[in-house]
Design a protein around this ligand. Structure first.
Ligand SMILES: C=C1C[C@]23C[C@@]1(O)CC[C@H]2[C@@]12CCC[C@@](C)(C(=O)O1)[C@H]2[C@@H]3C(=O)O
Ligand SMILES: O=C(O)CCC(=O)C(=O)O
Ligand SMILES: [Fe+2]
Length: 349
């Protein structure tokens, strides 16, 4: 019998999928998937990287990035720390539960409020600077290893720093193709506010599931920031994206398999706004496996909290979205979720 605690199930020890975790067929992953789609791969060391990114963001809203400069030992070590974190007993992880009004902590991510069923995953969000706070709850002294805590904090700090540099590089390349000439910094002052850009790290754990076709690891969504950089563990499949479609073709989910040496980049809603709809935020989800325990680490990157992001347009072009800050936009998403972008559209009738 699986044990329940504070509405959290010991997923790993469950022998079946309880009703609260059984998704209706329309959400499930027995949906058609294709493996033939060509997800763009962008080598950012190439001189044509900006135009490759432009094309990837317009067509799919997702791409693999290579030559990203993040050492594989750092990715591997961060993944090991993530596994260690999730392998702590549930009662200890629950001590670090997200408090009302806070972004950081252990627990269900905001999107779960929009779905009637629970997701087959656990998540930790680390935003702002709560790393030490969360870590000291998980590895309290003196009874627990002080080195475990500092090792976790040092690695996650290094990981965030490397992701920050990469996100900045990607954003610069991306801006090069939006809204005309000049480098990004000339056109968007906030890019100079380097230290005030907002970031969040989401650590996801998807334990093996006895009936994977009945469950969902992470429900379909778009990310809300500019860019998300995702590292997924080992050779395990899980991430899928919805193939862009004008509505006339059947829905097609495309697996984004881990690719050696590559990270995955998602276009988020704020980049769709900034590009005035030229780039499309990608709808994606994570499915689960019967035998494998997958983890992923998603790094979210967006503007300083008080910066209004509006479309970058050339003179004579019409902006199609009204400007919004990331926190304002998150509030809109907390009410409307999928309808959020539509709700900030400007009508030009
Ligand atoms: C900065 C953030 C992005 C995020 C909301 C958050 O404040 C922290 C959690 C992030 C996350 C992770 C899982 C998917 C997602 C849609 C969610 O519900 O929580 C994203 C949010 C987002 O992109 O809006
Ligand atoms: O685990 C994955 O592959 C997807 C995670 C994700 O979409 C997210 O954290 O926003
Ligand atoms: Fe996501």
């Amino acid at each position: 019998m699986p044990s329940l605690s504070h509405d959290h199930l010991e997923l790993e020890s469950s022998s079946h999928v309880p009703e609260t975790y059984r998704w209706p067929p329309s959400h499930r992953h027995d949906y058609p998937t294709t493996s033939t789609a060509n997800i763009p791969v962008v080598d950012i060391s190439l001189p044509e990287a900006a135009s490759l990114i432009d094309s990837a963001c317009r067509s799919w809203g997702v791409f693999y990035v290579t030559s990203h400069g993040i050492p594989s030992h750092l990715l591997q070590a961060a993944e090991t720390q993530t596994h260690r974190l999730f392998s702590l007993p549930l009662h200890r992880k629950l001590l670090a539960s997200r408090r009302p009004g806070s972004i950081s902590g252990f627990g269900r991510p905001p999107l779960s409020a929009f779905f009637p069923k629970l997701m087959w995953s656990e998540g930790f969000t680390l935003a702002g600077n709560p790393l030490n706070e969360v870590a000291s709850t998980l590895w309290p002294e003196p009874d627990h290893d002080h080195d475990s805590r500092s090792h976790f904090c040092e690695l996650m700090d290094d990981y965030k720093k490397s992701m920050r540099d990469l996100a900045r590089k990607l954003l610069r390349l991306t801006l090069a193709s939006i809204g005309g000439h000049g480098d990004g910094e000339e056109r968007v002052g906030w890019l100079g506010l380097k230290d005030q850009m907002i970031e969040a790290l989401q650590l996801n754990s998807y334990p093996p599931c006895p009936e994977p076709e009945k469950a969902i690891g992470m429900a379909t969504h778009t990310d809300s920031g500019f860019l998300t950089i995702l590292h997924q563990s080992g050779n395990m499949e899980g991430l899928q994206v919805l193939q862009p479609n004008d509505g006339s073709d059947p829905i097609q989910w495309v697996p984004i398999r881990p690719m050696a040496g590559a990270l995955v980049v998602h276009v988020g809603d704020l980049l769709q706004i900034l590009s005035n709809g030229r780039f499309k935020s990608v709808r994606h989800r994570a499915v689960v496996s019967r035998s494998e325990h997958r983890v992923s680490m998603a790094y979210f990157y967006g503007p300083p909290s008080d910066v209004k992001v509006g479309p970058m347009v050339l003179p004579g072009q019409c902006p199609i979205y009204r400007p919004t800050t990331w926190p304002e936009y998150l509030e809109i998403r907390a009410r409307l979720f999928d309808g959020s972008l539509e709700s900030i559209k400007i009508s030009h009738t």
